[in-house]
Ligand binder design. Sequence first.
Ligand code: NOJ
Length: 602
Amino acid sequence: MRNSPFRSESCSICAVILLVQAFLVFASFHSVALAAQQPATNDARVGTAPQHSDGPWWKHAVIYEIYPRSFQDSNGDGVGDLNGITERLDYLQSLGIDAIWLAPIYPSPQVDFGYDISDYENIDPQYGTLADFDRLVAEAKKHNIRIIMDMVMNHTSDKHKWFLESESSKNNPKRDWYIWRDGKGVGPDGKPLPPNNWISDFGGSAWQYDPKTNQFYYHEFYKQQPDLNWRNPEVEKAMFDVVRFWLDRGVAGFRLDAVPALFEDPELRDEPYTGGTDAYGDRKVSDIYTNNLPEVHGVMRRLRALIDSYPGNRVLIGETYLPNVEELDKWYGGVKHNELQLPMDMQVGFINKLDVSAFRKHINEAENDINGNWPLFVFDNHDNQRSWDRYGDGIHNAAIARVIASVLLTSRATALMYYGQEIGMVTTPPKRKQDVRDPIGIRGWPKEKGRDGERTPMQWSDTKDAGFSTAAATWLPVATDYPTVNVETEQGEPDSLLHWYKQLIAMRRNDPTLRDGKQLTLDENNSSVLSYVRQGVGGNPAIVVALNFTPSEQTISLDPAIAGITDNTVKTLLTDAPSLEQTNSLRNIVLPPFASWIGSIQ
Ligand code: NOJ
């Protein structure tokens, strides 16, 4: 019952009250579930989620990231695979998602678990075959789910044939496909000195020396991930051919890995030092010469034109860690809307503390400062500690997870989730260095333990290895809380986090106001409660959301005048606080600690 809203968080509640509350919550959830079963309207596409009249599918989508190694193992080798994902499509459909983003499944030496691609037009045998992939796309379509590929354009594996050719000699026609440079001579220790002070994101110099040709190549990530030279037009042509290969196979779009890193300063200027050292012991440097260079936008515009030449609203999602909303807006193409449809907004999801004003500020910016473009919110992915741990206080984690889910799914934004987020999977980092699988965790131990903790196998049931695999050993161990935190158990608990996610997703799918209504801040000086109104759409009522970000009870009175509403009469649509079930006015709402309340204005 870790995900129960009533667990030790409200320690004085007696068992009888618990039962009554559970019934009330169930009754409330139940009414929303019925709404979710209404027939889809205006579904113009075959085998895809309901197409409402309010824009392309991705605008209202819930996109679910799957880390294929860890989702479902279908052949008992301890590693997840494509057929495993296909087996779980019924579950994903019942959750209500619209699309799967698959972390890389291409052939790869797996140094960076697939982000080092050695062949862009095939499937790594440990995940399956192209036929398995085609079957996944076809079966997913029957479940109204689209498939989005991860596209790694910044670098290849050092085992990719392009790089093997490139490194073979200075005169090879592919030499210039990567970034090769002379070093700065030899240091006092007799070792060749790199061309400049650039540091790899994964530790050490970003330059790797090649004794055969006496030059260095640049790698933003591991040395087994040489960066492509996007100033060479042949690189763009080759990569766009790859994009076509997958579009022709029916994928719905791409998540563009590390895409702000495509270009580097051609003069190779040293990065300024910013003070201190990182987890790997390197002096910290800025990234003004290696990240988010303006040249990248030309590539994005051409890529957008390419995907727009295909039917069916294919989508480009960006892995866009950027300093602010002004920079983010450029990734959409600003007023021209001609670059990515959905560069990820990392400002909201990675605040990493329950700071109401920071949430309000960043949500408002996403609503108002991106020139009418459409935000994509995300709290969890395979590179960061799970939001359960980043936002949880160790006592109220379940309620806090519901608050986070509410922000994600009641905001006017496309929602991106990560497998296991919906059941409250925790980050489980390795305890000993010898157990670490992610190379950055080996290099950075113990300061940087790597990303294994957020990549542990999906927890399906309370059986061996959580139903993930029948192998004697899984590639990463299953987290020890799986006997209680798993899909099967939570499916049977009306007050589980899984049930909460399902209700929110169903509401959002069926309510034009939640899909499209303008989002306006309420009670904007309140530093304990985040509240906002979604303006009614198509004659449907406005919706108000109030989320208590604190461990104490909070009383609020909300005035929705900003949305042109004078009436205060409301009806509860969804709450995890039984005491709020009967709320019928926006005056004096008493929110228990970390409570979520969503209501419609009558
Ligand atoms: C971002 C990916 O999400 C991460 O997992 C990977 O290690 C780097 N890019 C390099 O591809």
